[in-house]
Design a protein around this ligand. Structure first.
Ligand code: 1CP
Length: 337
């Protein structure tokens, strides 16, 4: 048995207990994170390897998590495409894409996508304990394009859905460029020590099955197939995409992360001995404090076979989460056997 629980789970191997990590585990619920953010902006932290490494490691100093996820954002690699952006608090794109000419002008060859992320990964890797796994990540092409065209996070992202109907060929060209950028970015992360790649397709749920087959499936297949040679497991995370989960699971991936709307136990029985499942406690439950968190976490664990289960929340931890609720989760996991 490998001592890295996350890798064991992704390889559907036994563990002494399930691995646990939490999306947005370096974040505003931690006083030490808020302290760093009082002095530095999100961009300064994510673009300065020493600061990015410091906040990436903060949650691991407090909690016995099995993985660390590098502190950056899904839109970080877009800089290499000459896209300017900022955060307030979510991504704001300086010149959102609204015509095909802008897409033609985007580069399709990149020298180095994000050297600062590579430096952060190396710093974090050198500090991890042997059982902890380093996760690299990025956004799926559709989700990145949703920001590029809408210009910011917006409910249901109407701009990209309109663009898809007006300029389908141009949107395919953008998604192809984003896929090539992502492949290079993920390979850089792997070269710098990432042992797992998680791809966030947070806005996949906007599409019908037919549109998913047009705008998402070919690009994700291209990315995941390109990473096969590196032998690094890929986890896909989706949100609000219950109708699409089974289609994602047909991609050659090692793990699927879903939000709390999905019945994880049913999903696991469909996928047995095929793909690991990750999630999916509702992050809002943690707001109710440690006792209620424990009750719901135990119920979740009892409904899921530990083999091939990675404990996580169904989405990012909320900023006003009590620290005690996170301790309660770890306790439940450790007492499981
Ligand atoms: O004020 C702050 O502290 C900044 C908030 C913040 C943080 C902590 C943003 C802006 N990004 C991040 C880091 C981040 N983003 C990580 C770091 C690692 C960790 O999990 O600890 C990760 C994995 C992401 C991924 C991300 N960014 C996603 C996919 C996951 C999801 O939430 O569905 C998405 C959609 C984004 C876009 C984004 N960046 C930031 C925000 C607040 C958002 C979402 C809201 C919006 O669209 O406006």
């Amino acid at each position: 048995m490998n001592n890295k629980r996350l890798l064991n789970a992704l390889n559907l191997k036994e563990n002494d207990h399930r691995p646990i990590w939490i999306m947005r585990q370096a974040g505003r619920y931690l006083p030490e994170y808020r302290k760093v953010r009082e002095k530095y902006s999100f961009r300064e932290v994510s673009e300065t390897p020493e600061l990015a490494a410091e906040v990436t490691l903060q949650p691991l100093k407090r909690f016995e998590f099995d993985a660390s996820i590098i502190f950056a954002d899904i839109i970080t690699p877009l800089k290499a495409m000459n896209i300017n952006f900022d955060f307030s608090p979510g991504p704001i794109i300086e010149n959102p894409i609204n015509n095909p000419r802008q897409i033609d002008a985007l580069p399709d060859k990149f020298y180095e996508v994000a050297p600062e992320v590579q430096a952060s990964l190396k710093l974090v890797k050198s500090e991890l304990k042997s059982h902890q796994t380093l996760i690299g990540f990025g956004g799926a092409p559709w989700t990145l394009a949703a920001y590029l065209i809408q210009g910011k996070g917006q409910k249901d992202f109407p701009a990209i859905r309109r663009f898809a109907s007006e300029h389908p060929e141009s949107l395919q060209s953008l998604l192809t460029k984003l896929s090539d950028l992502s492949i290079q970015y993920f390979k850089e992360q792997i070269d710098s020590g990432a042992e797992v790649i998680q791809i966030f397709d947070s806005w996949a749920g906007l599409l019908s099955i037919k549109d998913w087959q047009t705008w998402i499936q070919p690009h994700l297949l291209h990315i995941v197939s390109a990473l096969k040679a590196s032998n690094i497991p890929v986890i896909l995370f989706l949100q609000n995409a219950n109708h699409l989960v089974e289609y994602y699971c047909e991609l050659p991936i090692s793990g699927i992360g879903v939000d709390w709307r999905v019945d994880l136990s049913k999903l696991q029985s469909k996928l047995k001995d095929h793909i690991a499942v990750q999630g999916n406690l509702d992050p809002a439950i943690l707001l109710a404090g440690p006792e209620i968190t424990k009750k719901y976490a135990i119920n979740l664990l009892n409904s899921i076979d530990p083999k091939g289960h990675i404990m996580n929340l169904g989405h990012g931890i909320l900023p006003n989460t009590p620290i005690e609720s996170v301790h309660a989760l770890i306790e439940v996991i450790k007492n499981e056997r």
